[in-house]
Structures are given as C-alpha cells and as structure tokens.
Write a protein that binds this ligand. Sequence first.
Ligand code: FAD
Length: 320
Amino acid sequence: MNMASVKTDLYQGHDYYMMDDLLTEEHKLIRDAARAWIKQEVSPIIEEAAETQVFPKHLLPGLGAIGAFGPYIPEQYGGAGLDQISYGIIMQELERCDSGLRSTASVQSSLVMYPIWKYGTEEQKQKFLPKLASGEMMGCFGLTEPDHGSNPGGMVTHFKDEGDHYLLNGAKIWISNAPFADVAVVWAKDETGRIHGLLVERGMEGFSTPKMTGKWSLRASDTGELVFEDVKVPKENLLTGRSGLGAPLSCLDSARYGIAWGAIGAALDCYDTRLALCQAKGAVRATHCRVPAPTEETGRNDHRDHQGTAAHPSFGPIAQ
Ligand SMILES: Cc1cc2nc3c(=O)[nH]c(=O)nc-3n(C[C@H](O)[C@H](O)[C@H](O)COP(=O)(O)OP(=O)(O)OC[C@H]3O[C@@H](n4cnc5c(N)ncnc54)[C@H](O)[C@@H]3O)c2cc1C
C-alpha cells in the first residue's frame, strides 16, 4: 500500500440545520457505528482503491456488519429490520467517505435485495436475502443496455419459455458490482414484449460478466457488462410478484432515496475538508471562511452565532 495516501480521518460531523434533533438514539448509534468502522477500515485504504480502480472486496463482511446491505429488510430474512432513515444515515456515512462504496451498497440494498424482497417468491427470499445481507453473497442489477440507457423500455434482452426453463439472450452494460456478483437481477422481455425480472446466477452456462475499466468517477466501485448467450434460467428464478417497467423503476426509486442521503454525505465531507484546511492555515475567521472556532467543551463547531441564527460557513447568516 502507498502509505503516502493514508490519511487519518478526523471527521466529526456538522449539523447546521439541527437535523440531529430529528433522529432517535438508535439512529445516532447506527451512525456512530458506521462512522467508526469507516474511519478505521475504509478511510485509510480508499484513496488507493480509487486510484488503482480495484474494488476493496475485503470490506464486504464489514459492510454487512454495519447494516449497509438492506438495513430495512426484515430480520426473518437476515436484514436488520431498521427504518428508511437508518438506511439513509448509513448511505450518508458511506458516501461521506467514498461515492463508489455507497454505490456498491445502494445496488446491493435497493436494486438487488429490494426486488427480491418485494417481488420474489418465499423460496427466493430465503435463498438469497440472508447471504446478501451479510455480504457473503453480492448482487447486481441489469437494466441498462448498450443502445438503451435513458430509455430502458427499448431493451432488446429477451427470454423464451422452453418448457422446463427460460432461454435468455442479450447484454447489459454499465452494471455496478457485475464483475464479482454472485447473482444478477436481470430485466428482460418475454415473448409478448413484457418486462420481467430474472435471477441469473454466476456459473450458469452462457453467462459472463466482463469488467469495464477507465471510469473517471466511482472508481473504487466495480462496473461491468452482463452477457447472456443462450443462458438456461430455471423457472423458479423468475420474480413473479410484479412485471412491466414499473418493477425496475420502483427499485430505482428506492436507490435514489439512498443516493440523495449519500449526496449530503459527500457535501458534508467537502465542507469538513475545507474547514480543516482553513483551520490548519489559521484562517478560520478570515472573511472567505467565516466559521466559528470549535467550542472548548465539545471541540466541535458552535454553529450558532451570538444571536442564535444558523451561520452559513461561507456567506454569513442564512436568510430566514
Ligand atoms: C458508474 C455507473 C454505474 C452504473 N450502474 C448501473 C447498474 O448497476 N445497473 C444499470 O442497469 N445501469 C447502471 N448504469 C447505467 C446508467 O443507469 C445509464 O448510464 C443511464 O441510464 C444513462 O444511459 P446511457 O449511459 O446510455 O446514456 P444515454 O441514454 O445515451 O444519454 C446520454 C445523454 O443524453 C441525454 N438524453 C438521453 N435521451 C434524451 C432525450 N430523449 N432527451 C434529452 N436528452 C436525452 C441524457 O440525459 C444524457 O445526458 C451505471 C452507469 C454508470 C456511469
């Protein structure tokens, strides 16, 4: 490992909008646990992972342990049975450290576990969800095709009913987690043109997942293609609970919720990094970075000015 890239992560959180007042003690404990694990296990190695574009697979059990994989999935299926806010908090902490890591967890949670939980059979839930929750098994979500990105309804990947199995042909591109996924939730058209989800498992003949390289962002997350050449998919691998384009789009809705939390995490880290730089330069109270110094009691920034007005880090008090 390039030790020059290893930095101590001193992030402490910022709460200018008093959002913590809306959280329960359990939410804060979940955040503390995620933050502590990230500081210890992820921050020291993530820059090198992004630079070399190698996904740090050794983090998967730890991600499972902090509840990053399907935290809202019920405990009977191996999930943590938490609420959606807990899911958001974990995504925020992950993206505070690295967007690619958050992407890996979002895909596993919202695009793989969510459709199996919502639209899968009881057997599928029992078979896949507990292992996906722990990180023992990883999944990916195949919707985008080479010629059909923004318009998934135009997809050409299709399957035929061959009696005792489905025969799947086609290809997907830009698929997060594909190179190492054990199971792919694949969206394909049946003979009438209706879209269904199929669970395609690594090792099925005719199924390959070539890795894509050269990304300019999310570099610590693995991306690949899914190629299906006469893949025989067992009939019990069909997601029977819902069909039509609304099924994959509902998964994307769930993912976007986590991504929104993640984006705030990225913004918090940008702010924290800038603040640390200002403090290091002794410029905390300079006009271009008007942030109150940490209070003696807490060591954290007192984000209220003397009139109790929330102070914006760069532009002074926010208009009420
Ligand atoms: C890092 C990464 C990870 C991804 N992970 C996954 C994944 O796990 N699973 C998955 O299924 N997909 C994944 N995707 C694919 C992603 O969802 C698609 O890139 C996205 O849907 C856009 O499709 P496209 O790249 O083909 O762009 P295009 O559809 O070719 O669009 C290119 C540009 O044209 C614009 N555009 C397109 N159509 C119109 C229109 N009608 N009017 C005006 N503007 C238009 C778009 O806004 C965009 O700016 C991933 C992509 C990336 C980059």
